[in-house]
Design a protein around this ligand. Structure first.
Ligand SMILES: [Zn+2]
Ligand SMILES: [Zn+2]
Length: 337
């Protein structure tokens, strides 16, 4: 049997990736597989596994030879359980990788790429310590932080090499996947080597992170995500706010439609934020209602027109008939990460 080069992609599918970034990652995987399929070395040696993480971590694609992989559909869910993803990675490495014995050469040292734009919401340190202290070194790990809110504390502890991808545009992700495909192909020819940045130069918008001096996040809890139900269509969406220190307010950023089976269990709840701290609205992406309200019974949020003046309405989630709408301040729980 040929020696394999196992490659693991750890993909952050949390709320912070919702919208174009997640679509771009999904397309990136397709592009990468197409590139690897054209390369005879990669076709023979590379085996790929995809681990996705949100509130939980799951093996979305078990370690598979390139010709047999179906590109997965990725789904947004709340939470960024990096620790759970690392535990699952370690378990996979243990189960998947063929060790070298006196009789035969095992697999090449696996390559791991961790792609995240968020801040971990679970206890990632024990998992990181366990991975780092495993001997012999189980994999060469690349940590890729995307966007300008990434926390490099965790990636710096875990990865051998940290890269920063500033933009979250479709273009930035496309370029990243081109770079990663080229790196994997170059490793499939000479698997004992490290990825060399001279041979495979970084794409525009990507930079090597100075590990001694990683970029620091200015403040924790900069983003809040709210799960809203459209009153007219009963479809769900995610409303994202970002903290602006200059105003000491959370400013509405965007609203992104969610899959119907989106669930919010297991996510790290934010402490309740006063509605007075939330500024601005983004219209419901399903019915274009320009505001939102909270059900006094089930506490879920739903979309509503700013100038709504009917005598009552029915909560789309708990179906309670709601009368009397108070303005003023109330607490709203969102999720983070
Ligand atoms: Zn709506
Ligand atoms: Zn309700």
């Amino acid at each position: 049997m040929l020696r394999r080069l196992p490659v693991y992609l750890l993909l952050d599918c949390s709320e912070s990736m919702a919208g174009p970034p997640l679509d771009a990652v999904e397309n990136g995987v397709v592009t990468m597989l197409a590139a690897l399929r054209k390369n005879p070395y990669a076709m023979e040696t590379v085996h790929l596994s995809i681990i996705t993480f949100d509130a939980k971590a799951r093996v979305t694609v078990p370690l598979t030879e390139i010709p047999s992989i179906t590109p997965p559909r990725l789904k947004i869910r709340p939470g960024t359980s990096l620790g759970a993803a690392l535990n699952l990675l370690q378990e996979s490495l243990k189960n998947d990788v063929v060790k070298t014995t006196s009789e035969r050469k095992g697999d090449y040292r696996p390559l791991v790429f961790i792609l995240t734009d968020g801040q971990p919401t679970d206890q990632w340190r024990p998992a990181a310590d366990r991975l780092r202290s495993t001997s012999p070194k189980p994999a060469n790990i690349y940590g890729i932080g995307c966007g300008d809110e990434v926390d490099f504390t965790a990636l710096n502890q875990i990865a051998d090499v940290c890269l920063h991808m500033r933009g979250l545009s479709t273009e930035s992700f496309a370029q990243f996947f081109v770079w990663m495909s080229a790196s994997v192909q170059s490793m499939s020819v000479a698997p004992e080597e490290k990825v060399s940045f001279e041979k495979i130069p970084l794409q525009p918008g990507m930079e090597l992170v100075d590990r001694a001096n990683p970029p620091v996040l200015s403040e924790r809890g900069e983003r809040l995500f709210f799960h809203v139900c459209c009153r007219k269509t009963k479809k769900h969406y995610l409303m994202r706010y970002r903290y602006e220190p200059a105003f000491e307010l959370y400013i509405a950023q965007d609203a992104i439609p969610l899959e119907d089976d989106f669930f919010s269990d297991g996510a790290l709840k934010s402490p309740a934020v006063s509605s007075e701290m939330l500024h601005g609205n983004v219209p419901c992406p399903h019915c274009h209602a320009d505001s939102w309200a909270q059900c006094g019974f089930c506490k879920h949020l739903f979309c509503i027109e700013e100038d709504f003046n009917e005598p009552f309405l029915v909560c789309p989630l708990c179906e309670t008939k709601l009368t009397g709408f108070s303005g003023g301040s109330f607490g709203v729980e969102g999720s983070m990460g």
